[in-house]
Design a protein around this ligand. Structure first.
Ligand code: 5GP
Ligand code: MN
Ligand code: MN
Length: 324
């Protein structure tokens, strides 16, 4: 029997029309894997639409410059297959539901521990560093079985971005020997590493630091092991910085000596708080996020709590302290 990867390759070969998409609140792996797939399908002569309702964060705009990313209401096709990348939960796909339900088939390519195999075809590896690594594996397998090397400079740059962002620049525990092997191959193919590093990690606007200063004033550490930072919508407004451009602050909570769990609470609107959870050694934050209907990975997960920032913090702290 053929493995999942070969089934997906066969299905792609036998179909002409695709939509590629990913999860809400785009990150580097979201955009890198979707773009890698988009370019690859185009090179294969397929008709492919990139549809995503959320905009790229500022530091990832360089990747999608010139790409025609459609919003759901601009998409009017009815014969297509949907490839959902880096999306652990069908509800997090950043499209209107009709586009998901009307697809001939849904192909899910993902690495989230909380993925429930919602696709008709699923290529899920929860040990993979990133979804970009899975797209890379697919392209390598494509070359092995069909003898077509699809990875060029643009694809290498897209995939390297997601690999670098999801592994914290090759520092998190999801960084495996295969991640370095992939990085090596992508660099050989021309991935623009210096540009990626500068655009993604070294281009914060001044306002980001003003906001960071305020955010750090809210730093709270409980029992020396659980650290949290709160960002309110007023703080974002006063510093003229958008909700999607402050995710980098999450790492400040985890990077403190002795801290096992870091929590970032970001107020999206009144009574809607996005929670990011990170752990260092032993707490499975994906389970904590799932208890609030969220999900993610063992060391990085998230959820939304529909309450005030203060109450959301109380609830999430209570859940985290049970695991410490
Ligand atoms: P972040 O804290 O950076 O937003 O997300 C950390 C990880 O958890 C990412 O892999 C992200 O896709 C996942 N994640 C974040 N929020 C949610 C959520 O509300 N639901 C699910 N299923 N996964 C989430
Ligand atoms: Mn992601
Ligand atoms: Mn990912």
């Amino acid at each position: 029997m053929k493995n999942n990867l070969d089934n997906i390759i066969d299905y792609i070969n036998g179909s002409d029309n695709f939509v590629v998409t990913s999860h809400i609140s785009p990150d580097g792996d979201n955009i890198g894997s979707t773009l890698g797939m988009y370019y690859s399908l185009k090179k294969l002569g397929k008709n492919v639409y990139y549809v995503l309702d959320d905009n790229a964060p500022r530091n990832l705009e360089f990747l999608v410059e010139g790409i025609n990313i459609l919003k759901s209401n601009e998409f009017n096709e009815n014969n297509y297959s949907l490839i959902a990348l880096d999306c652990g939960d069908k509800k997090r796909i950043c499209l209107e539901e009709d586009i998901i339900n009307n697809a001939n088939k849904v192909i899910c390519i993902d690495h989230h521990a909380s993925n429930d195999n919602y696709g008709d075809f699923n290529y899920i590896d929860i040990n993979a560093s990133s979804t970009c690594e899975l797209v890379y594996n697919l392209l390598v397998r494509y070359n092995e079985t069909k003898n077509i090397d699809l990875i060029d400079e643009k694809i290498a740059t897209a995939l390297y971005t997601g690999l670098a962002t999801d592994t914290g620049n090759f520092s998190y525990s999801n960084t495996h020997p295969s991640s370095f092997e992939m990085a090596k191959e992508l660099l050989i193919k021309g991935a623009k590493r210096d540009m990626i590093i500068q655009k993604v990690f070294q281009s914060n606007p001044y306002n980001y630091y003003k906001l960071l200063g305020e955010a750090l004033n809210t730093l709270d550490i409980v029992n020396g092991k659980v650290a949290s930072i709160c960002i309110t919508k007023e703080m974002l407004k006063n510093n003229i910085i958008s909700f999607n451009d402050v995710d980098g602050i999450t790492s400040y909570t985890r990077d403190i000596e002795g801290v096992e769990v870091g929590i970032l609470l970001k107020e999206k609107k009144e009574n809607e708080v996005k929670i990011s959870l990170r752990s260092k050694n032993y707490v499975d934050v994906s389970l904590i996020a799932q208890s609030f209907n969220g999900g993610g990975h063992v060391r990085a997960a998230g959820c939304t709590i529909y309450d005030s920032v203060e109450n959301a913090k109380k609830q999430v702290l209570e859940a985290v302290l049970k695991t410490i």
